[in-house]
Design a binder for this molecule. Structure first.
Ligand SMILES: Nc1ncnc2c1ncn2[C@@H]1O[C@H](COP(=O)(O)OP(=O)(O)OP(=O)(O)O)[C@@H](O)[C@H]1O
Ligand SMILES: [Mg+2]
Length: 375
C-alpha cells in the first residue's frame, strides 16, 4: 500500500520519491523536522509501504520514558534483574520482531542507552537487562527528532558514531512556512475531513483570507493548520470564511492567544497531549511578545547608565513586521551582545537552559561577527 505525504511542493514531492525508494528496503531512517511537520506520518508511511506492513509497528517516545527504566523498556529484563523485576519481560525491540520500531524523540535517549542501541543497529543483537545471552531480532529501525542532532553531538549529549550511522538516510521535512504551496492543499484536505466528521456544511474561503493563511508563519506546522481547520469549521458553520474570521481566529498578535483556543473534548490521550504541547508553544510565543514589550519599554525609557552604546535600536515599523522567529532571534542577539556573549547569563534571563540557547544560536546562525556587524 502506498501512503505518501500530502503536499504538492517540490520538497514534499522529493520526500515522497525518497519514501518510495527507501520504504521497501530494510535500511534505518532518521526523520527530522520541526514539531508538527509530519515526522510521525512519514514513519507510518515507511512501515505501511514496506514488506513488514502486516507485522507490528512499535512506537516508542524516548523522551517520555524515565532514564532509569528506558533500557528495560527497550530491551526487556530478566526476572530478578532489579528490585521489582518479578518476572521476565520482553522489551519493545523483541515485540517489534519482523516489524518496525519507531524511536521518536531519539535526541532524548540517554548516552548510556545509545551505546546499546548502536549495537542493535549494527548487529541486530542485544542483551536483556540482567541477562547474559544475546538476543537477535529482525527489526527495521526508524528514528525521529526535532532537535538539531549535530548540535547535540557538539555538546556531547549525543554519540557521534550513532549520529553518523543514523543520518546516512535522513528525511528532513521543511517547516510549512517554507513550502507555502502545500498550505492550500492541506487546508482543503483538513476542512473536508472536519466538515464531514462534524456533519457541517463548509462554504469555502475568500481569496484574501487564503492569502493570509499562505503568508502566516505556522509555528506549529501542519498540526497547527489541522487544529485551525477543525476549530474554524466548528465555530463558523455554513459560513464562507473571510479575512476577518481568519485573523480573529489565528490571533496572530496578542496574548489572549492561548485562552482563545477551543478546548479539545473527547480526543485520544496522545492528541490531547499534542494539543497541550501546542498550547505551551503558543505560551512561549506570548512570552516572547512580552519580552518584546519590555524591550520596547526599555528603549523608550532610554539612556540609563547601565546601558551600552550598542543599545537596542529597531524602528517600531520594522518590529511590527517581524514574525515570532525574527523577534526571538533579535531578542537573542540583543541579550548576547548586552551580556558579552555570556550564554549562561542569557539563558537565565530568558528562563531557558543554556543548551536551548546554544541550539538557537546555531538555528539562527548567530555569531560574534554578526553581532558586531549588525550593531
Ligand atoms: N503532509 C501531511 N498530510 C496530512 N496530514 C499531515 C501532514 N503532515 C502532518 N500532518 C498531520 O499533522 C499532525 C502532526 O503531524 P505529526 O504528528 O506527524 O508531526 P511530528 O513531526 O511527528 O510532530 P512532533 O515533533 O510534535 O511529534 C498529524 O495530525 C498529522 O496527521
Ligand atoms: Mg511526532
Amino acid at each position: 500500500m502506498s501512503v505518501l505525504l500530502l503536499g504538492n511542493s517540490v520538497q514534499i514531492t522529493e520526500i515522497n520519491e525518497t519514501l518510495k525508494q527507501v520504504a521497501p528496503t530494510d535500511v534505518s531512517v532518521l526523520i527530522t523536522g520541526e514539531s508538527g511537520s509530519g515526522k510521525e506520518v512519514v514513519a507510518k508511511s515507511i512501515h505501511q509501504m514496506s514488506r513488514r506492513s502486516d507485522k507490528p509497528l512499535i512506537t516508542v517516545n524516548c523522551g517520555a520514558i524515565p532514564e532509569g527504566i528506558i533500557e528495560s523498556e527497550l530491551f526487556g529484563h530478566q526476572k530478578g534483574a532489579f528490585t521489582g523485576a518479578i518476572e521476565e519481560r520482553k522489551g519493545y525491540f523483541e515485540m517489534a520482531d519482523k516489524g518496525t520500531i519507531f524511536l521518536d524523540e531519539i535526541g532524548e535517549m540517554p548516552l548510556s542507552t545509545q551505546v546499546k542501541f548502536l549495537r542493535v543497529l549494527e548487529t541486530g543483537e542485544f542483551m536483556k537487562v540482567g541477562g547474559n545471552k544475546n538476543i537477535s531480532v529482525d527489526v527495521r529501525i526508524v528514528a525521529a527528532t526535532n532537535k538539531d542532532l549535530a548540535a547535540e553531538v557538539l555538546m556531547k549529549h549525543f554519540r557521534d558514531d550513532l549520529y553518523y550511522r543514523l543520518r546516512s538516510i535522513n528525511i528532513y521535512i521543511p517547516p510549512l512556512r517554507e513550502r507555502k504551496s502545500d498550505i492550500k492543499l492541506l487546508f482543503g484536505h483538513f476542512t473536508e475531513l472536519y466538515s464531514k466528521e462534524n456533519n457541517i456544511d463548509f462554504k469555502g474561503i475568500e481569496d484574501d483570507a487564503m492569502d493570509f493563511l499562505i503568508n502566516y508563519t505556522w509555528p506549529g506546522n501542519a498540526r497547527e493548520l489541522k487544529n485551525f481547520c477543525e476549530s474554524i469549521i466548528v465555530l463558523n458553520p455554513g459560513k464562507r470564511l473571510t479575512l476577518h474570521d481568519v485573523k480573529k481566529h489565528l490571533q496572530t498578535d496578542q496574548k489572549e492567544i492561548t485562552s482563545s483556543l477551543p478546548i479539545i473534548i473527547g480526543k485520544s490521550r496522545e492528541n490531547a497531549e499534542k494539543d497541550f504541547l501546542f498550547r505551551a508553544l503558543l505560551e512561549i510565543k506570548s512570552d516572547i511578545l512580552d519580552i518584546k514589550d519590555q524591550i520596547t519599554e526599555l528603549r523608550s525609557f532610554g539612556n540609563g547608565n547601565e546601558k551600552r552604546d550598542t543599545d537596542f535600536t529597531i524602528s517600531e515599523e520594522r518590529f511590527s513586521k517581524m514574525n515570532m522567529y525574527d523577534i526571538e532571534k533579535e531578542v537573542l542577539i540583543y541579550l548576547l551582545d548586552r551580556n558579552y556573549w555570556d550564554v549562561e547569563k542569557t539563558s537565565e534571563i530568558l528562563d531557558q537552559t543554556p543548551r536551548s540557547i546554544y541550539n538557537k544560536i546555531k538555528k539562527y546562525n548567530i555569531s560574534k561577527e554578526i553581532l558586531r556587524r549588525d550593531r
